[in-house]
Design a protein around this ligand. Structure first.
Ligand code: SF4
Length: 389
């Protein structure tokens, strides 16, 4: 399982606090080539770790991976594929920005598909142009629809099957119920006019004020106040019912998929399969089987400071304590509809705790020996998990 972090964006979105650097078109050639060189070096240094990871997926996220030209992507991907011994991939996802897809067109999408991309995740976020401007997104709703159509048309012409996932955001204080409902209608109508299928996968996140984001400053100045929990809960409930009606399974708190189109890489991450994170700012999880037992190591590449070369990133390492592992296992598993084995949860969270949560309806039995949070309580899953751990 390989994650590649692409730390470049053309501009910063209001709500975002991810590690990324803006790259102007005039500086990009030098930056991208330094970046590719550094990632290829890291891939070579960690080739054994990549080869020994049996779960064959690639996920390119960011930042905005679609700012990278095809030749830069191709250089990086062939390094990763070499380290994976060219074995068939279970999934290869890349995150894209709708504006890049419209600007670069079918040739770019065809190039992605020939690199082996099997899943494209597009950050649409909203179909309301006022909200998109407030978010400081580069695209508008019309460009999002065009980008979707370019991806589907290119895949059809190339006779390649590609899954398309889109991201949406709810819970903004200026998002009223009608606008949210129209956004969901537009999302579900993508591709319909041209006879293409709707998105295979939809991720929907509640807006939060992240430390270091422009939104945090706006809120501090009094220029933004958060939507109430009631409003967010209503929007989440509309989201769940609209997507259920349209045939999507709700397989994780923020993720919905048509049957058989669940994200393989993300699902593996939720079950804590080890992963190798490449590129500045990327995290990795390594599991070592030693004579003393299982050891889990979290490591992360440093984020490159502006003005320093991309080759400057290094890796920091921390061994997870049994308590860290216990909490993480509960947290990740209970955000999914698959849940967690009842005996595992009893040993991780305590018999009494589990019994009382079952009695209060905050956990339910799935019928295959697993327990999960009922979908009707997904909206408050973080609170339930906090209480349980
Ligand atoms: S949301 Fe995506 S495109 Fe926007 S600043 Fe963050 S990483 Fe960049």
């Amino acid at each position: 399982m390989v994650y590649l972090h692409v730390p470049f964006c053309r501009s910063f979105c209001t709500y975002c606090s991810f590690y990324s650097e803006t790259c102007s078109k005039s500086r990009q050639d030098t930056l991208f080539s330094e970046y590719a060189g550094a990632v290829v070096r890291e891939t070579e240094e960690r080739s054994e770790e990549i080869r020994n990871n049996p779960f064959r997926t690639i996920y390119i996220g960011g930042g905005t991976p679609s700012v990278l030209p095809l030749d830069v992507l191709s250089r990086i991907v062939s390094g990763i594929r070499n380290a994976q011994d060219g074995e068939p991939l279970r999934e290869f996802t890349i995150e894209v920005n709708p504006e890049d897809i419209v600007e670069k067109g079918e040739e770019y999408v065809a190039g992605l598909l020939s690199l082996g991309v099997s899943r494209i995740s597009m950050g649409i976020q909203s179909f309301d142009d006022g909200i998109l401007r407030w978010m400081n997104r580069r695209h508008d709703s019309e460009r999002a629809v065009r980008a979707y159509s370019i991806i589907r048309r290119t895949a059809q012409e190339a006779r390649k099957d590609v899954d398309v996932s889109i991201d949406l955001i709810f819970g903004l204080s200026q998002l009223d119920e009608n606008t949210w409902d129209r956004t969901l209608t537009s999302a579900l109508a993508l591709g319909r006019d041209e006879g293409f299928r709707a998105p295979d996968h939809i991720s929907a996140y509640q807006l939060s004020i992240e430390e270091g984001s422009a939104l945090e400053e706006m809120a501090a100045r009094g220029d933004y106040s958060e939507a109430s929990e009631d409003v967010c809960a209503r929007q989440y409930s509309v989201l769940c019912s609209r997507l259920k009606e349209a045939g999507y399974g709700h397989y994780e708190v923020s993720n919905f998929a048509l049957p058989g189109h669940e994200a393989v890489h993300n699902s593996a991450y939720w079950t804590r399969i080890p992963y190798v994170g490449l590129g500045p700012g990327a995290h990795s999880l390594t599991v070592l089987q030693t004579a003393e037992g299982r050891r889990e190591i979290r490591s992360w590449n440093t984020q490159v400071l502006p003005g320093r070369g991309m080759e400057a990133y290094t890796r920091e390492v921390e061994e997870l304590s049994p308590e860290d592992v216990r909490i993480e296992r509960i947290m990740l598993a209970l955000r999914t509809a698959a849940g967690i084995g009842e005996s595992d949860l009893r040993s991780l969270a305590g018999e009494g705790n589990v019994d009382s949560f079952l009695k209060d309806g905050l956990l339910e039995r799935k019928g295959n020996g697993c327990l999960r949070i009922p979908e009707s309580h997904f909206f408050v899953s973080d609170e339930i998990i906090r209480e349980l751990v």
